[in-house]
Design a protein around this ligand. Structure first.
Ligand code: FAD
Length: 655
């Protein structure tokens, strides 16, 4: 049920934003600073939980701006979008509204690690997010720049502990009070922009950095440790100047898969989707990079950049002599620009033009805006609790790039979770945490608060030990019910839909389980499924679905009375059946850990050389702390559930 935007959206936005500048009140439950991907989800989530919320951001018209690539999702990131959607967040629905090229990445691998992804129309994405926020009950949006965070002096009973009381705006005469404040300032904290030999203050091209007062409060008054990271973006290229016949066309999926569990279709019809194009660098590109090195300040900085989204300079210097892929991606339905993914660069603009023209498809290309780099401060996230609250400052929450992550999806996921907890804190409700066993959001937050970051953190499926259970297809069953019943951030409408899906899937699986036939009978019923001849046992419908060439549609046409009612869930049932044995085993292991919480761990155990699969980091933590029980090991920061499972198996085997 794709949401419809009002046709007079722009007029509506200007009216609301003008009204928003006259604040109705000076006291809020929650104030969110920053209207990027973290801030928008945070503000919407806090309001959904029931908190009177204020979102303050530098410019209302940049709310929901895609600072870099016009795309959402991907491997690991798509899982986060589905989870944010399952908790009633905005980005999934915005992606379905703004998507112009949908594809499932990693399709050759199992569905657990498929990556739903879409190219987006930048303008449509921003308009959707702005329209949603400006019509959210209990949420006020204010254009302004936050100069200072207001905090109490340290508590004498608890030295070093502060409490946040509100914010003060640049040029603001009086403070605005709140019980909780969420900072989501992205790349803007002490931000500097780099292009060639020029450096200027900025959080993003065209936007000023966060005021120095904010960094001062975090570092000097609250004593928080900060670090510095960097990232960069490619030049935008005029589409008409590109010879696309020299690039390889990549069409979108013929059936777009929506991000949102509430949508059956995307706004863009299958035939309206725009293609992407693939091309690659030549030796000339490497030559220009080397010739421009002395003119490129950003590349000489020691600050760490995103390892998995490196600049063309870093790629060429790390892998000399190779050809590197460049994707030419559309920026929107009516946009005249292409986004060259893989060509992020910070050399002077004239060298950028020389570089792109070394690529055959771009030999006459024109640059609309040059690429640039940004360096910014982040707060070391080990200083946060699993609720994303600063441990030493009651009521202060941080989310998004300020915590050392990179990417819209990582920011959105943290924003939602910080929004939920900031609202709960303001409403005197206990904080909530999501575990690594139930969500990628739990993995993300746990990685940040227990391990910290040394380079921009992005999500991968390999970070989730329980990825076969944490699939994009089942995020609603994992999170929507909990989101409504325990967290309070999910609407009744979405909850009812999730209950309907859960009940239907349970009924369908029960029907498949009772459908038990001999392999001989199955071969007669489904001759197209290759069931091995020598097997003469019985198989349930669930077991039969585990065969590669069996589909739920086949079973439903053979047994229409018991199965045809569930055809709507064909793909989900196939995936459930395929992963069932593995997920059942994992669930049992998790239950066993919970049951064996009090199991003693031998005190003479040599964790550093234990012959089980444990990372060096986990070994060192266990060796240092030497927990007395399995439960104590489970609660240690940095110890993953998978490590506890391996420890449990080892101790049981040696008893
Ligand atoms: P942002 O989206 O940056 O939003 C921050 C918001 O806070 C802005 O709206 C800003 O106006 C507001 N704000 C800041 N300070 C104040 C203040 N004091 N008062 C009020 N409002 C304030 N990600 C990738 O995954 N890959 C990439 O290659 C990549 N390259 C990038 C290149 C550039 C040049 C930039 C700028 C970003 C890049 N990103 C990249 C990062 C991506 O944009 C971010 O990960 C994502 O936007 C983070 O979301 P956020 O909500 O944390 O912050």
């Amino acid at each position: 049920m794709l949401k419809k935007k009002p046709p007079v959206l722009r007029h509506f936005l200007s009216l609301v934003s003008r009204r928003a500048n006259h604040l109705a009140r000076q006291q809020y439950d929650v104030i969110v600073v920053g209207g990027g991907h973290a801030g928008t989800e945070a503000a919407a989530a806090a309001a959904r939980v029931g908190a009177e919320t204020l979102l303050v951001t530098q410019k209302i018209n940049t709310i929901g701006a895609l600072s870099c690539n016009p795309s959402l999702g991907g491997v690991g990131k798509g899982q986060l979008v589905r989870e944010v959607d399952a908790l009633d967040g905005l980005c999934g629905q915005a992606g379905d509204w703004a998507g112009i090229h949908f594809s499932i990445l990693n399709r050759r691998k199992g569905p657990a690690v498929w990556g739903p992804r879409a190219q987006l129309d930048r303008q449509r994405y921003r308009e959707f997010i702005q329209s949603e926020l400006l019509s959210t009950p209990r949420l006020t949006v204010l254009e302004g720049s936050v100069e200072e965070l207001l905090v109490t002096e340290p508590d004498t009973a608890e030295p070093g502990h502060h409490r946040v009381t509100g914010i003060r705006l640049v040029n603001g005469s009086h403070p605005i009070s709140a019980s909780s404040v969420i900072l989501t300032t992205g790349t803007f904290l002490s931000g500097s922009l780099f292009m060639g030999q020029t450096t200027s203050p900025g959080g993003r091209i065209g936007d000023a950095p966060s005021s120095a007062g904010l960094s001062h409060t975090l570092r000097e008054r609250l004593g928080l440790r900060t670090g510095r990271l960097r990232t960069g973006t490619p030049p935008r290229i005029v589409k008409d100047s590109v010879d696309l016949s020299l690039a390889q066309i990549h069409p979108a999926d013929s059936h777009p898969t929506p991000f949102s569990f509430l949508n059956k279709h995307t706004r863009c019809k299958p035939e309206e989707q725009l293609p992407c194009y693939l091309t690659s660098t030549t030796p000339g590109v490497e030559r220009v990079v080397r010739e421009s090195l002395h003119l490129n300040h950003h590349i000489h900085e020691d600050t760490k950049g995103p390892r998995y989204c490196p600049s063309i300079e870093s790629r060429v210097l790390r892998f000399p002599g190779r050809s590197h892929q460049v994707w030419l991606e559309p920026e929107g339905v009516t946009s005249d620009l292409l986004y060259p993914q893989g060509l992020s660069m910070t050399m002077p603009p004239d060298m950028q033009l020389r570089l792109i023209r070394e690529i055959p498809a771009l030999h006459r290309a024109e640059i609309y805006t040059p690429g640039y780099g940004v360096q910014y401060d982040f707060v070391c996230p080990t200083q946060l609790s699993p609720a994303l609250q600063v441990k030493s400052t009651q009521g202060l929450f941080l989310a998004g790039q300020i915590n050392g992550t990179t990417g819209y999806e990582e920011a959105a996921a943290q924003g939602l979770w910080a929004g939920v907890n900031a609202a709960r804190c303001a409403l005197d409700l206990p904080p909530l945490a999501l575990s690594r066993t139930e969500s990628y959001i739990g993995v993300l937050v746990d990685d940040l608060v227990s391990r910290g970051v040394t380079e921009p953190y992005r999500m991968f499926t390999s970070r989730a030990e329980f990825r076969t259970s944490l699939r994009p297809d089942n995020a609603d069953l994992r999170l929507t019910l909990k989101g409504f019943e325990e967290v309070g951030c999910v609407s009744p409408l979405r909850y009812q839909e999730a209950v309907r899906v859960r009940d239907s899937l349970q009924d369908a699986l029960a029907a498949l389980q009772t459908l038990t036939l001999s392999t001989h009978k199955w071969r007669q019923k489904l001759p197209d499924v290759c069931i091995s001849e020598n097997k003469n046992t019985t198989l349930s419908g669930v077991e039969l679905l585990q065969y590669n060439d069996a589909s739920f549609e086949m079973l439903a046409s053979a047994f229409p009375e018991s199965l045809s009612a569930y055809l709507e869930f064909s793909q989900r049932l196939k995936i459930e059946a395929v992963y069932k044995p593995h997920c059942d085993m994992q669930r049992k292991e998790i239950e066993r850990i919970q049951k064996e919480e009090s199991m003693s761990l031998p005190q003479d155990i040599d964790y550093l050389s234990l012959p089980v699969s444990l990372s060096q980091e986990v070994r060192e933590i266990l060796d240092r702390v030497r927990p007395s029980t399995l439960g104590a090991a489970t609660r240690l920061q940095g110890i993953t559930p998978a490590a506890v499972v391996n420890l449990l198996r080892y101790v049981r085997n040696t008893e």
